[in-house]
Design a protein around this ligand. Structure first.
Ligand SMILES: [Zn+2]
Length: 467
């Protein structure tokens, strides 16, 4: 064995390094005392729980490493200033002792000694600046035991996150088995997340590049304190399957189903068997004022669904088209918003009440959970009045006739905009942004155009028959 136990040459740093020694007990591998910072750092090849105490006369800080052997005879290094020397030796079998001895007339406040394991094999002992012994700083006669908190757990290192070759699995690889993780949908970001606590992303690890038209729209890696978050956003038509650990040091997320066409491209609407909506009733002679209320807006996105579709955007697009169609058929229309802005519920109602509108229709899209793509369909709400129910039924029936969407019925509900408006009012849910079928439809401009015509037709039919 070569002698590595020499001062580093820097006057202010005393250190040593011991290269691999075959032995059974834990080994003290390296140590360093930085005199400028009064800081001792040492590491062992196996976890160790040090015991630290301050003893007097002369003042010595004693760091015992139980279960640790030291393969050399005693090491003594002369210190500088108020540190007289540092000594390391194996006190008895498998008990190594590091002693930091101060000059005769110096002491340290044991309360200010900090012992910290940055992991179970690397420890830092921080000493306060030694003080000259005065009457006030005279150390206590008895030894003072300094508490040593448990070391921080060693973090699992996430080495790779990649898409399998067939693009059907997200594979997370670590430097050891990932035994602890949780997974589920995060509503605020509309992503499915795998959270691995006590873990860290390997240096330089970044999100993989995703193939175009693949199963995922997004795959993001994030370090959230000591938790690694892998967030994915499946393409429309793709569902999240099970998370499993097929290998010791890997975790996989399976993706089920095939991605539908890109949402930015228009879908082929299932129009062949559907009636055309060109001939809407003309209501010019009725002098009717209709309030159309696109839900949400601005900071309030409403529901966020498959393919990252936003309720606020879908319902604004449909609402603007409804308004235009109604005007074209001779109605006057008030919109509660014409752009992407946040509006409280109260002003939405006030717009209609102050203008004495004849009809109020609020337009929304539905959501349940990203894990329920099977829930799809349209529904329309009213509150308490027969007129409201009749309006809701007219719109619901028109939507059903114009599309092949699932009928979830006409329902009564205590929505604010329905309760507070003083005219026949209905709230339309044009489908589920979280639904596999609905989301694909709602993302399609051609379909939204059709939906707008269906809602306008229902309103106009109500006007013709009841106003
Ligand atoms: Zn809504």
């Amino acid at each position: 064995m070569k002698n590595d136990w020499l001062p580093s040459g820097l006057l202010s740093i005393l250190s040593g390094l011991c290269l691999a020694i075959p032995a059974n007990a834990t080994q003290l591998q390296s140590w360093q005392f930085n005199e400028t910072q009064n800081q001792l750092t040492f590491s062992t090849d196996e976890p160790v729980q040090p015991r630290v105490q301050l003893v007097g006369d002369p003042t010595r800080l004693i760091i015992d490493l139980p279960g640790t052997s030291f393969q050399r005879s005693r090491i003594r290094e002369s210190g500088e200033g108020s540190i007289r020397r540092i000594e390391i030796r194996e006190l008895e079998d498998d008990l190594t002792r590091i002693t930091i001895e101060l000059e005769d007339d110096y002491t340290i406040d044991p309360q200010q000694v900090r012992v910290q394991g940055s992991n179970p094999t690397t420890w830092v002992v921080q000493l306060p600046t030694p003080q000259r012994i005065t009457r006030r700083t005279r150390p206590s006669e008895s030894d003072v035991v300094i508490s040593v908190p448990a070391p921080e757990a060693e973090l699992t290192r996430i080495d790779a996150v990649e898409l399998s070759e067939d693009g059907r699995q997200v594979v997370i690889r670590a430097n050891r088995a990932i035994t602890d993780y949780s997974s589920g949908w995060d509503r605020s970001t509309a992503t499915y997340q795998i959270r691995i606590p006590e873990a860290q992303l390997a240096a330089g690890l970044s999100s993989p590049t995703l193939p175009a038209n693949g199963s995922l729209l997004q795959l993001r890696l994030r370090q959230d304190d000591q938790t690694v978050v892998v967030a994915v956003q499946p393409a429309a038509g793709v569902q999240i399957g099970p998370v499993s650990a097929p290998e010791q040091q890997a975790l996989t997320l399976t993706l089920v189903g095939r991605p539908l066409r890109r949402l930015t491209q228009p879908a082929t609407p299932p129009v062949s068997t559907l009636p055309d909506l060109d001939n809407l009733p003309n209501v010019a002679d009725r002098r009717v004022l209709i309030t159309i209320d696109p839900g949400h807006g601005g900071r309030d996105p409403g529901a966020v669904g498959i393919g990252n579709i936003y309720e606020k955007e879908i319902v604004l697009d449909i609402s603007l088209q409804v308004a235009e169609l109604l005007e074209r058929q001779g109605a006057r229309v008030l919109l509660t918003r014409r752009d992407d802005r946040e509006i409280d519920l109260e002003p939405r109602v006030q717009v209609a009440n102050r203008a004495n509108a004849n009809i109020f229709v609020s337009i929304h899209a539905n959501a349940i959970s990203m894990s329920r793509p099977d829930v799809n369909g349209v529904e329309t709400y009213y509150y308490s009045s027969v007129a409201g129910r009749t309006l809701a039924e007219a719109i619901q029936n028109s939507m059903l006739e114009a599309t092949n969407m699932n009928n979830r019925g006409v329902k009564e509900a205590r929505f604010y905009v329905l309760r507070r408006t003083r005219m026949p009012a209905a709230l339309v849910e044009v489908g589920f942004v979280t639904g596999r079928e609905d989301a694909a439809l709602l993302a399609d401009p051609a379909f939204r155009q059709r939906m707008a015509a269906a809602i306008a037709r229902g309103i106009l039919q109500y006007v013709v028959q009841h106003l």
